[in-house]
Ligand binder design. Structure first.
Ligand code: ADP
Ligand code: ZN
Length: 611
């Protein structure tokens, strides 16, 4: 291995060019790759789509021996191996989906030095036979993907990851590179400690994803809102819709299908075969929508996911950022859209109150939720707030809803006092507790059956809040809950005061609130918004692009691999725009390496030539 470090940069660069078909390293890729090629450890924090894979794939190709990649997602290993095979890289995986024969063959190839990369699930390392196998071969590096899984503070903890701290003791000379797309400063520190990476160089890229437009909308009729979004902005696009419960996953998928948008469900209640089939369809077909619980998507490599929609409030900003990060890996404009309402706050606070685990655990969940709520209620740029959560700075982005249509902030102190006072009177004068709906009816002075029944029209607060509409009062309650000036209790979501409510009632505290602007639609200028402009496809190139996509779909089907394994959209776009006429010209397009040129070059040129 020593001689490979003599000219690491040029050799790594050659591999970048020859195998992957790219001209330049991106961001810190070169430094990271140099570190690992030279035998050093690295800890890499880079957003999804930043190009983490190359950071271990290139060193594995440059150093002698096999690069061992630890990844928690066995369902995706086949696709990862297929993608590498298409590039002419020798890769294999070992996991529980294989039968004895398949495993034996991979083990043989590993021992014979016929592999460049070997993917392993972390639990395999608990099996002594695997450890012995690794001992007998030559390992060039360990790559620990999704490294945040080692963190108990984070949102994705996997106990098997704790064992990875032993890699260094067992193989002290093998460099390790840990990578993650999501880590707060706390999680970052925890990864370094738990994985024993004290000597590692840390590479922290900007977490910004400029091509993703972040939008958080007040929840009204979420399925309709979603349908509207998909019809007006994402017709024919692939995307992921996240819901909290299996039931709403099923219902939403059915709703979209009924309305002419092809959608499949994905959740832990489906049998393994259906789940695997739906995931495979999502990866292989163009423009399919998956409606899923959060069980779906970690490590999904599909580069052309155009939107990620949340119909329920995510439990933490880290989780939210990771889920939305699955959109737009290819750098093209994409949408992250979240619908959020009063009921989300009520439900999540209740879930935390009744969750198992000790007080510290519940506090942690509460802190996560508070940060998520702060993001939803901010009047500042969403992106700036997201980056701040990860300890990074950003400027107003021009590509989020608050930048595009700034919400007003208004002094909600009096409204808050009215509302809290209604809750107070119900409790103190009547010894009653009611949910949001009834309290709002009282403030609006509505003579409903329930108001008459409980004689709530006799309360002094009856009808004192007609200056706001029903929806606005819901916003007030939501924001009071978010700021912990109000709380919910019990199964029916009854409203109760908190310790801090008194400060507002006693006029010792002002409450600033966010007023929802009119609906934000993606404007023409915003679709290519963000600091990093992506090239839109020129209109005259569109038919050629579609033809190339058709050709790609055929090849992908024939070979049983996802379309993006053949070529990414970004590569097809460039081909459709530049219209190369020879193999040499085609080879200069980004994403066309030696192997793909040999395999698919003629097919592409023929497709271009055919009119
Ligand atoms: P991550 O694992 O960080 O989410 P990937 O490794 O999947 O990101 O890379 C995202 C996309 O960027 C892929 O399509 C990849 O091929 C492409 N890419 C990575 N590095 C480069 C580069 N230096 N030049 C051009 N494209 C790159
Ligand atoms: Zn912004």
């Amino acid at each position: 291995m020593a001689d490979t470090t003599a000219l690491p940069e040029s050799e790594a660069h050659q591999v970048l060019h020859r195998v992957f078909g790219y001209d330049e390293f991106r961001g810190r890729q070169r430094d990271i790759i140099e570190t690992v090629v030279a035998g050093g450890d690295a800890l890499v924090l880079m957003p999804t789509g930043g190009g983490k894979s190359l950071c271990y794939q290139i060193p594995a190709l440059v150093r002698s021996g096999v690069g061992v990649v630890i990844s928690p997602l066995i369902a995706l290993m086949q696709d990862q191996v297929d993608a590498l095979t298409a590039l002419g890289v020798r890769a294999g995986f070992l996991n529980s989906t294989q039968d004895y024969e398949q495993r034996r063959e991979v083990e043989r190839a590993f021992l014979a030095g016929e592999l460049d990369l070997l993917y392993l699930a972390p639990e395999r390392l608990r099996v002594e036979a695997t450890v012995r196998l690794l001992d007998q071969g030559k390992i060039s590096l360990f790559a620990i993907d999704e490294a945040h899984c080692v963190s108990q503070w984070g949102h994705d903890f996997r106990p098997d990851y704790l064992m990875l701290s032993e890699l260094h003791e067992r193989w002290p000379d093998v460099p390790r590179i840990a990578l993650t797309a999501t880590a707060t400063e706390a999680t970052h520190a925890e990864i370094a400690t738990r994985l024993n990476l004290s000597e590692a160089k840390h590479f922290v890229a900007s977490f910004d994803r400029p091509n993703i437009q972040y939008r958080i909308a007040p929840k009204d009729n979420p399925q309709r809102q979603l349908l509207d979004l998909l019809r007006t902005e994402h017709a024919g696009d692939a995307g992921i819709v996240y819901c909290l419960s299996r039931n709403s996953v099923e219902k939403t998928a059915a709703f979209l299908t009924q309305n002419g948008i092809e959608a499949v469900p994905y959740h832990a209640g489906l049998d393994n075969r259906t789940r695997a089939k739906n995931q495979a369809r999502f990866l292989r077909e163009d423009g399919l929508v998956v409606v899923a619980t959060i069980a779906f998507g970690m490590g999904i490599d599909k580069p052309d996911v155009r939107f990620v929609a949340h119909l329920d409030l995510p439990k933490s900003v880290e989780g939210y950022y990771q889920e939305t990060g699955r959109a737009g890996r290819d750098g093209l404009p994409s949408t992250a859209w979240l619908a959020y309402g009063l009921q989300d706050v009520v439900q999540q606070r209740k879930m935390i109150d009744t969750s198992e685990g000790d007080l510290a655990h519940r506090r942690r969940l509460s802190a996560h939720l508070d940060a998520m709520l702060a993001l939803c209620e901010t009047v500042q740029c969403r992106r700036t707030q997201l980056l701040a959560y990860f300890g990074q700075q950003g400027e107003a982005c021009d590509n989020c809803d608050t930048c595009l249509t700034p919400p007003e902030s208004w002094d909600g102190t009096i409204a808050a006092q009215k509302l809290l006072s209604a809750v107070y009177r119900l409790k103190n004068e009547r010894n009653q507790k009611f949910g949001a709906g009834q309290v709002i009816d009282i403030l609006l002075g509505k003579q409903t059956e329930k108001v008459t029944q409980f004689r709530h029209d006799q309360l002094s607060v009856f009808g004192i809040g007609t200056e706001l509409k029903d929806a606005e009062w819901r916003g007030v309650i939501r924001q009071l809950l978010a700021q912990r000036l109000l709380a919910v209790e019990g199964d029916y979501g009854t409203l109760v005061l908190t310790e801090d409510s008194a400060e507002v009632l006693g006029r010792r505290r002002e409450v600033m609130m966010r007023r929802e602007p009119e609906r934000v639609a993606r404007s023409k200028s915003s679709s290519s918004g963000g600091k990093k402009k992506t090239v839109d496809l020129p209109a005259e190139a569109a038919p050629t692009f579609e033809r190339l996509r058709g050709w790609r779909a055929g090849v992908a089907k024939e070979q049983g691999v996802p379309a993006y394994v053949i070529f990414h959209d970004a590569t097809l776009r460039q081909i459709a725009t530049e219209l190369p006429t020879t193999l040499a010209e085609l080879g200069r397009i980004s994403g066309v390496g030696e192997n793909k040129l040999a395999k698919y070059g003629d097919g592409v040129l023929e497709t271009l030539a055919a009119e």
